[in-house]
Design a protein around this ligand. Structure first.
Ligand code: AN0
Ligand code: CP
Length: 316
């Protein structure tokens, strides 16, 4: 594997999930693979799971890890070409990416969308600039439009908890007080298309995701109807894609609670975390056996370790 910035970079999901399960059983088996190799984790936004699980994964492979909060600790970067840099940016991505490539064998980046400039967000300006100017493999730790490491952890979690060959998986929008990216639902939808599942998305009218991503996926505007007989409920808020970055519904009836979960086939509740209690999901559900959000977060280690393994194997 040369890069992992999108679920589209996965060529053989079954092979990847097999590797993830093997790694999970014996996480320290490949300590030599990353010896004398360094990963740089660059954060433009906050993180708990991604930061710690990726460090853990790197260490399990014997790698060194450098972490930098670029938004608060680094120079402000310029991404446009040909600009006269007389504003706030002190350094151009051209130099920054090339310099970091000399220090790191893999570069991983978290850079959320602006949620204001749809064009810039869809171009993945930050991650694609690193892809252009860095000379080492690049991993997304959540970009403007995707969160592929999360989606791989979610796929592994569904594999582990499914009780039927072809479970019914429902991605449900839920309310949130702040405008959030579409990255998690985008990557989750792409991942579900690759899996043996019956996949449905439910959200209020107007909250359609990028139609190129949801092409072929059933969308149901009635949450209760969507939840019937579901085996997995994957909750997530996202801001409006059409009315870009706006919050156009705060409807509390979409908060997932017992009323909806009772309609399911004893479904497991999933969320990528961090989750706002009693906004996205009630305490009652999150604190019950139904919720698998903690083991789901544990799988972030094995998701990252699987991708690092695949990339390290191809490093010369
Ligand atoms: C982010 C998001 O919705 O994309 C990160 C989730 C992993 N969530 C928040 O900012 C709360
Ligand atoms: N799920 C996830 O990516 O969590 P963090 O934002 O805490 O890294």
């Amino acid at each position: 594997m040369k890069k992992y910035t999108s679920v589209d970079d996965i060529q053989n999901l079954n092979e990847l999930l097999k590797l993830a399960k093997k790694i999970k059983k014996n996480p320290f088996a490949n300590k030599e693979l990353g010896r004398d190799k360094t990963i740089g984790l660059l954060f433009f936004n906050p993180s708990l799971r991604t930061r710690l699980s990726t460090q853990k994964a790197a260490r399990n492979l014997g790698m060194e890890c450098m972490v930098m909060n670029l938004n608060t600790e680094g120079w402000t970067l310029e991404f446009e070409n040909g600009t006269i840099m007389d504003g706030s940016a002190s350094e151009h991505i051209k130099e920054a990416a090339r310099v970091i490539s000399q220090y790191c064998d893999i570069i991983a980046i978290r850079s959320f969308p602006t949620l204001k400039d749809k064009k810039k967000d869809e171009e993945e300006m930050v991650i694609s600039s690193f892809l252009t100017y860095a000379s080492v493999p690049v991993i997304s730790l959540e970009g403007a439009t995707e969160h592929p490491l999360q989606a791989l952890a979610d796929a592994l979690t569904i594999e582990e908890y499914k009780k039927t060959e072809r479970p019914k998986v429902v991605l449900s929008w839920a309310p949130h007080p702040k405008a959030l990216p579409q990255s998690v639902p985008n990557s989750f939808a792409k991942m579900m298309k690759k899996m043996e599942v019956d996949f449905i998305i439910t959200h209020p009218l107007g909250y359609e995701l990028n139609p190129e991503i949801t092409k072929g996926i059933k969308i149901v505007y009635n949450q209760e109807e969507a939840f019937r007989n579901a085996d997995f409920i994957y909750a997530k808020n996202w801001s409006n894609y059409n009315d870009y970055g706006q919050i156009t519904s705060e409807d509390p009836t979409w908060t997932i609670g017992k009323r909806q979960m009772d309609l399911t086939n004893n479904a497991k509740f999933m969320h990528c975390l961090p989750v706002r209690r009693n906004m996205i999901v009630t305490d009652e559900i999150l604190d019950s056996e139904t919720s698998i959000v903690i083991p789901e977060a544990n799988n972030r280690i094995y998701s990252a370790q699987t991708i690092l393994t695949k990339i390290l194997e191809e490093l010369t």
